[in-house]
Design a protein around this ligand. Structure first.
Ligand code: ZN
Length: 493
């Protein structure tokens, strides 16, 4: 028989410290696809929905796909946006479904709900009843809750950071869902956590405790001791009760066995909570290092400002690092990017091939990353910011950064974008005519995802504390709603 399966993508990583609310227009700027638009945009891509379409074909499912929506990380999702997306999702279950395979993030906070995904799953469960299997893929930066674990049958978090396995995880979910719909298994999920605000090295999977636990979880899956083991490091820029790392274990109805595994894994996460594989450079040290390396190498130094990472909901318009780079007169250098639609429009008025004065960045919060910069630069290129990404995280999907400008100031090619986003794909530079492989230095804004595309082309990668919002959160400690006591805010043994 042909099963009727609901699938959808609704993803947002909410930085509750950001002043920028996330309304429907923020989803429209990134991904907002309704039913008929989805197959054309996702079929054949190495994305979660791409895998879901392939699985539907293999298993003969009739797919219901009411919505695919994601917005760049930013402040709380407005009630209007959340209710619209939730209604669209639930409408996909009208007429009854045999199962659901949803692609969510896990760190969505809305005006009214600290646990956006839990609320979505609660409503879906209420609509479809207790027996319809619901399988959910997640980002490993999700702040996973008891409500999510209870309302879903299985939670499957990505196992790579940079996240390059959405496709594989969606396939894993599809196979599990098929078995559950056939009645071969009855998956249930339990969760364990500790009083930790952060841990597991921010989710870095190259080495350290996250790698260790993912490997052990996969071994348990191979041994048949668990259907799924998911390790989430959590997302720290969220002032919510249920923040922090978690382990969820899905078994064939054996909660006690699942709980024993989850608790043991979280014991290890607790013991290793201090582990950090990366330390950040100061702006002065980083820029000096870049200057000293000029002309001595045939591959670029990659330096990433991790404190103004649009991928974590930071503003993307911090100027501290760029100001220091200009002051040091770096040569043959690229900078990605300043998010500033107004500056891009000023550049369009000046016109390609002309020079003029432009006020750049620092407009959201000069306390977080520096004051606006007034620069005289040469407008080298303008594009509509729309291009296809083929890097390890791109998967062939089209991205849209809005009106984009390449502004040359001295020896620095500065990219200015109108639609915020971190550096994850070299096409973000090549689409404006910049070949990053030929530069002395390439500065990006990103915490870790940039490594998938940029580490292979660089001679060295360093991360920089640029004093942006990501740094301010910890310096000014605005956490008032997290459960207490919690490490590292409180002394815990
Ligand atoms: Zn993530």
């Amino acid at each position: 028989m042909s099963y009727r399966v609901l699938t959808a993508e609704i993803a947002h990583e909410t930085n509750t410290f950001s002043k920028v609310p996330t309304g429907l227009e923020a989803f429209r700027r990134r991904v907002f696809l309704t039913a008929n638009e989805i197959p054309g945009a996702r079929r054949g891509t190495r994305s979660d929905l791409g895998a879901t379409f392939e699985a539907a074909e293999k298993f003969g499912w009739t797919l219901s796909y009411p919505v695919a929506a994601s917005a760049n990380p930013s402040g709380r999702v407005t009630d209007e946006a959340f209710e619209t997306l939730a209604d669209m999702l639930l409408s996909g279950a009208d007429g009854g479904i045999d199962g659901a395979l949803l692609h969510l993030h896990g760190a969505m906070v809305t005006d009214s709900h600290e646990d956006g995904e839990g609320e979505l799953l609660r409503r879906l469960r209420a609509k479809v009843g207790p027996d319809v299997p619901v399988v959910v893929t997640l980002d490993l930066h999700g702040n996973i809750t008891e409500l999510m674990a209870t309302c879903a049958n299985a939670l499957i978090a990505v196992r790579t950071y940079p996240h390059v396995d959405y496709y594989e995880r969606a396939w894993q979910g599809a196979e599990l869902l098929q078995r559950a719909m056939k009645g071969e298994i009855r998956p249930r999920t339990v969760i364990a956590r500790r009083p930790m605000l952060r841990g597991l090295d921010g989710g870095r999977t190259q080495t350290g405790p996250m790698r260790e636990l993912i490997d052990r979880g996969e071994q348990l899956e191979r041994d048949g001791r668990a259907l799924v083991v998911s390790i989430c490091s959590g997302f720290t820029a969220a002032d919510i009760h249920d923040i922090g790392p978690s382990v969820t274990v899905t078994t064939d109805g054996d909660d006690a066995a699942g709980r024993a595994i989850a608790e043991e894994f979280m014991d290890y996460a607790w013991k290793t909570r201090d582990f950090a594989s990366v330390t950040h450079w100061s702006i002065d040290d980083a820029v000096r290092h870049a200057k000293e390396g000029e002309g001595k190498h045939d591959r670029p130094l990659i330096m990433a400002d991790v404190t103004d990472n649009p991928g974590s909901g930071h503003y993307g318009d911090a100027t501290n690092l760029l100001r220091a780079m200009i002051a040091a007169d770096l040569q043959n250098t690229a900078f990605y990017a300043i998010y500033d639609p107004q500056a891009a429009r000023e550049g369009a008025r000046i016109g390609v091939g002309n020079s003029g004065a432009i006020t750049l960045g620092g407009k959201h919060d000069p306390q977080a990353g520096g004051e606006p910069l007034t620069l005289t630069g040469h407008v080298v290129a303008l594009t509509d910011g729309h291009f296809q990404t083929f890097g390890p995280m791109g998967g062939g999907v089209w991205r849209d950064y809005g009106l984009s400008m390449l502004l040359r100031v001295g020896g620095i090619d500065i990219v200015v974008i109108s639609n915020n986003g971190q550096a994850v794909d070299t096409a973000q530079l090549t689409s404006l005519g910049v070949d990053p492989t030929r530069k002395n230095t390439v500065a990006v804004k990103s915490n870790h995802h940039f490594r998938a595309a940029f580490q292979p082309i660089g001679r060295e990668v360093i991360t920089v504390d640029g004093g942006g919002l990501g740094s301010v959160i910890w310096r000014k400690a605005g956490f008032t709603k997290v459960r207490r006591p919690i490490w590292p805010l409180d002394p815990l043994d």
